[in-house]
Design a protein around this ligand. Sequence first.
Ligand SMILES: Nc1ncnc2c1ncn2[C@@H]1O[C@H](COP(=O)(O)OP(=O)(O)OP(=O)(O)O)[C@@H](O)[C@H]1O
Ligand SMILES: Nc1nc2c(c(=O)[nH]1)N=C(CO)CN2
Length: 175
Amino acid sequence: MTTTRAVLSAGSNIGDRLGHLNSVVERFADDLVAVSPVYSTPPWGGVEQEDFYNITLIVEGRRGPYEWLTIGAELEQAADRTREVRWGPRTLDVDVITVSEGDEVVRSDDPRLLLPHPRAAERAFVLIPWLVIEPDATLWTPDGTQPVAALVDRIDPSECAGVVPVAQLPVARRR
Ligand SMILES: Nc1ncnc2c1ncn2[C@@H]1O[C@H](COP(=O)(O)OP(=O)(O)OP(=O)(O)O)[C@@H](O)[C@H]1O
Ligand SMILES: Nc1nc2c(c(=O)[nH]1)N=C(CO)CN2
């Protein structure tokens, strides 16, 4: 099995938000390269709902791209995630933002796992926490590979202003 590095985004706006995000950090403890602080973030996508708590994390391990997705789905199920409204409230959502194998960025058009995540480039709740843990991060987009910092600069400043650090999860990093 090859080693891949993945950037994941986890969000929660129902129930014990910190607890749900902590379950993600704990599950990936052996693979953790970095985890952002927890940010309070305004809901993206136009559905009226509570603010989210979000983290972005970088993980690395002998896992293929689909394994990162599968573990994320297991964590969502463990958090009793239900899916009523698209982009609506959820106990836990784990998105795979980008996966790389060495210097190669994995591209996938499989609807089960679109890579890089097609909406990551316009989401302050993904990009701002990501920048904190990887200031030089770049993201492949259909318009070319962009510095994440430049993508943040293109997002509505009022959306960015709502992305506020609120906590730091205890990291039992075992690497
Ligand atoms: N990069 C990806 N990360 C996570 N899920 C993905 C990805 N690409 C495709 N999917 C698929 O999307 C399906 C629906 O995901 P979900 O309903 O959580 O969408 P969402 O997270 O609410 O919205 P968005 O996709 O805009 O973040 C999942 O079952 C998964 O198979
Ligand atoms: N702030 C914020 N907004 C969202 C989020 C999220 O994690 N945080 N997840 C969504 C579906 O992936 C849609 N909207």
